[in-house]
Design a binder for this molecule. Structure first.
Ligand SMILES: [Zn+2]
Length: 340
């Protein structure tokens, strides 16, 4: 973490970068004035209302790309992007999730810190609904993930006939200091087989209460990458096997794709897809994806938006990835079984 940067970098002020071809962020006064659903009745210590500027994306996700997306040229030795108001983001997440029929739980982590989770069951009568899991914000210097969760709720395009679980921010103490790690320096995404951090212990305890998922999707950013890419865990070749390529194709309409053959030390297919080994012994420090793979889902996507591109581009990339992945999982659920 670069202290000097933190002291000089402006907080995210709701104004999109001028180079962005997409819709701008703006502050929504109506949200500031609206009563908060948690203000009445039992107010958890984690649901304190912060009336700092609320982040807003455009109401629609369809970008109107008018030219190539420009790099910011900002991240030369680490992430030097926006610091978002995570408290305000999570306030808006709560409001939108409640509006969209999700039930919310706040899992106590430490004094004054909770993990927010949201769950919405499939609409009544759905036969064998898919169970889909989405998480974001495990690294506090990757703001696009929590913002993408908000955008997904605003669009109200998450599948109603699926069981959905969302964790919009797994590292709420890292965001205020714009740090990948917790304030104690723990990289949560390397702690899932150790459980050193209370956030991880809290998260896995909650996950253990839940059923297995058909698909898990984890939202990340990479400050070094030249474009969007993803990791796929699907050793059983569950259908649709083309889903990784479909995600890349959809995201490519709004964001550059990383085409390097080696990404972060791992072999890529040259089109933004990495299939890392799934042997738990291959990783001494488990990321969230490995824990989920071992205990809750054999199909996982970890998607990485490129931090050196405008924030709204990264948000749109992640939103596209979620839509495509979830639609693919839903498609698999409705496909006729193969003939005997
Ligand atoms: Zn990350």
């Amino acid at each position: 973490m670069n202290r000097a940067h933190l002291e000089t970098a402006p907080a995210w002020n709701g104004v999109a970068t001028s180079s962005s071809p997409f819709q701008s962020f703006s502050q929504g006064d109506e949200d500031i004035a609206a009563p908060h659903p948690f203000q009445q009745g039992a107010v958890s210590r984690c649901a304190r209302v912060n009336r700092a500027p609320i982040l807003r994306l455009g109401a629609e996700s369809a970008p109107s790309q008018t030219g190539p997306v420009q790099r910011l040229g900002r991240n030369t030795d680490g992430y030097h992007g926006e610091t978002i108001d995570i408290t305000g983001v999570l306030v808006e997440f709560r409001e939108l999730a409640a509006l969209r029929g999700f039930s919310l739980r706040e899992l106590p982590v430490t004094d004054g810190c909770c993990l927010l989770t949201a769950h919405r069951p499939a609409t009544a009568g759905t036969v064998e609904p898919r169970r889909l899991y989405l998480s974001a914000g495990i690294h506090g210097d990757e703001p696009a993930g929590p913002l993408a969760c908000i955008q997904l709720l605003r669009e109200n395009a998450l599948p109603p006939d699926a069981d959905l679980w969302i964790c919009p921010c797994l590292n709420p103490r890292g965001f205020p200091i714009n740090s990948r790690t917790t304030p104690e320096g723990v990289d949560l995404n390397r702690d899932y087989n150790h459980g050193l951090a209370p956030e991880v212990r809290c998260h896995t305890h909650w996950l253990q209460e839940l059923p297995r998922f058909d698909l898990t999707l984890l939202l990340h950013e990479d400050w070094e990458s030249n474009g969007f890419y993803l990791y796929e865990l699907n050793p059983d070749r569950q259908e649709p096997t083309t889903l990784a390529a479909e995600i890349i194709r959809e995201v490519s309409e709004v964001c550059p794709i990383e085409t390097a053959l080696m990404i972060d030390g791992r072999a890529s297919n040259g089109a933004g897809v990495i299939h890392p080994p799934t042997d738990p012994a291959s990783r001494p420090d488990w990321p969230e994806a490995f824990w989920l793979f071992q205990y809750r889902s054999r199909r996982n996507f970890t998607v990485e938006a490129p931090s050196d591109f405008p924030l709204d581009v990264r948000v749109q990339a992640l939103v596209r990835a979620v839509h495509t992945a979830f639609q693919g999982a839903q498609r698999a659920s409705t496909q006729a079984p193969p003939p005997a």
